[in-house]
Design a protein around this ligand. Structure first.
Ligand code: PMT
Length: 396
């Protein structure tokens, strides 16, 4: 099941070059299970036609205030009845001006004026238009009316200039909508977490590391943001984009990870250790590349500090959640970690399933017992872990 299953949106599209991104946004929303009704302005139809949006959404596009398909000719009332939100992307300077002034001279502006549901605008325009005092006034005015503004971003513009006014990318708008519709049980909570592997250097080109991809930790960081938390993520070397809204501190070794965690832990109410931290590091990292010889090479390894155990042993520790990746006897080892490190929760997973791939199958262990979760995509597993965490925090 997609993460937007059962959600309904109205996607308003006005006349801007960025409309090509809205076709991709529509595809992402539909793929995630959302029902999307596209409402296109006359100018919007000049950039990408209704045929594209109809094919992507699987439903006819609305353009006309006087469309006889609506009961009582009230399309502006009917369309907004069941949706979770209206997102207008791209929202041109002209469209924002009309919304700011309460105009209702086409279907989309009339829908916005007659709405009871939240309205989000993704501005897209040339930088001078964005900076013009009239646009600034209009933006202030719609924000004061409770409208959400997503973006814009700075960068290359269709007119050849560079500056503020680019519409956010489809993936960014998708993320903003997912965050918008999620309940916020962790609002006001600050979470510090670790993710990914660590890399313990042997010399400038070689090191000791492991197969953690960071996917589980990054999915958890994203789910925490969706739930309203503030997230500081200390991440080992991974090839993943940082989820929107997450403050990421990039580190390489276990010692760097420890230092970053200790820098941030005072402010954290919750600490979640997802990282596969190397238990050992080479006693010495060589300054120059080791040269090959016919002899055996001895590498002396020394233990790394246990970051999670150190955080949990602080006089006033945050709520500590550990992970346990095991290849067998998951219950026994995970429960041992819960006790030995004095944690509030441990998420256990088998390395055969959880390490590196897109899916995971976990068991949550806490003082109330053992809570197995079904095997699923890491994003949905992360959402379930966050729901469990939120309930545990609320019950404290
Ligand atoms: O990154 P992916 O490919 O998505 O894979 C996810 C994962 C399998 C790495 C993840 O789900 C997971 O299980 N992480 C914990 C890995 C592990 O082996 O933990 P551990 O048994 O070594 O350590 C137990 C706990 O102590 C963990 O929370 C760990 O972060 C923490 N720890 C361990 C050693 C250390 N020096 N410092 C620590 O903080």
């Amino acid at each position: 099941m997609g993460e937007l299953q059962g959600r309904k949106f109205i996607l308003g599209i006005t006349g801007g070059v960025a409309a090509y991104k809205s076709a991709e946004l529509l595809r992402l929303l539909v793929k995630a299970g959302a029902e999307v009704q596209v409402v296109l302005t006359e100018a919007g139809a000049r950039f990408v036609t209704a045929v594209t949006y109809q094919a992507l959404s699987g439903r006819p596009v609305w353009t006309d205030l006087w469309d006889p398909r609506a009961d009582n000719n009230m399309a502006h009332i009917e369309l907004g009845r069941e949706a979770d939100a209206i997102l207008v992307a791209p929202a041109t300077a002209d469209f924002i001006a009309r919304v700011a002034n309460g105009l209702a001279n086409d279907l989309l502006t009339t829908l916005c004026l007659a709405r009871e549901l939240p309205l989000l605008l993704a501005p897209a325009m040339n930088r001078q238009m964005w900076e013009n005092p009239a646009t600034r006034r209009n933006i202030d005015s719609v924000v004061a009316d409770g409208v959400g503004i997503l973006g814009p971003a700075a960068g290359d513009q269709a007119c050849g200039e560079v500056g503020m006014g680019r519409m956010l990318e489809a993936e960014e708008l998708y993320e903003a909508l997912v965050t918008f519709v999620q309940p916020k049980p962790l609002a006001g909570r600050r979470v510090l977490m670790t993710a990914g592997p660590t890399f313990e250097a042997i010399d400038p080109v070689r090191g000791v590391t492991n197969l953690s991809s960071g996917k589980m930790g990054y999915a958890l960081a994203r789910a925490l943001i969706h739930a309203g938390a503030t997230v500081d993520l200390v991440s080992g070397p991974v090839a993943l984009p940082v989820p929107a809204g997450v403050a990421c501190i990039a580190v390489r070794s276990a010692l760097e990870m420890r230092a970053a965690v200790m820098d941030h832990v005072d402010r954290a109410e919750v600490f979640i250790a997802v990282a596969a931290v190397a238990d050992y590091r080479p006693r010495e990292s060589q300054t120059h590349k080791l040269k090959k010889s016919g002899d055996a090479l001895q590498l002396e390894l020394v233990p790394n500090p246990d970051i999670l155990a150190e955080v949990a042993a602080r006089p006033q520790p945050p709520f500590c959640v550990g992970f346990a990746a095991e290849s067998r006897d998951l219950d026994r080892y995970a429960l041992h970690k819960l006790e030995a490190k004095r944690l509030q929760m441990v998420v256990g997973n088998l390395v055969q399933i959880g390490l590196g791939g897109d899916d995971n199958e976990v068991v949550i262990y806490d003082r109330a017992g053992r809570h197995p979760l079904a095997r699923d995509d890491k994003h949905r597993v992360a959402a379930a872990i966050v729901a469990h965490l939120a309930a545990a925090l609320a019950a404290r």
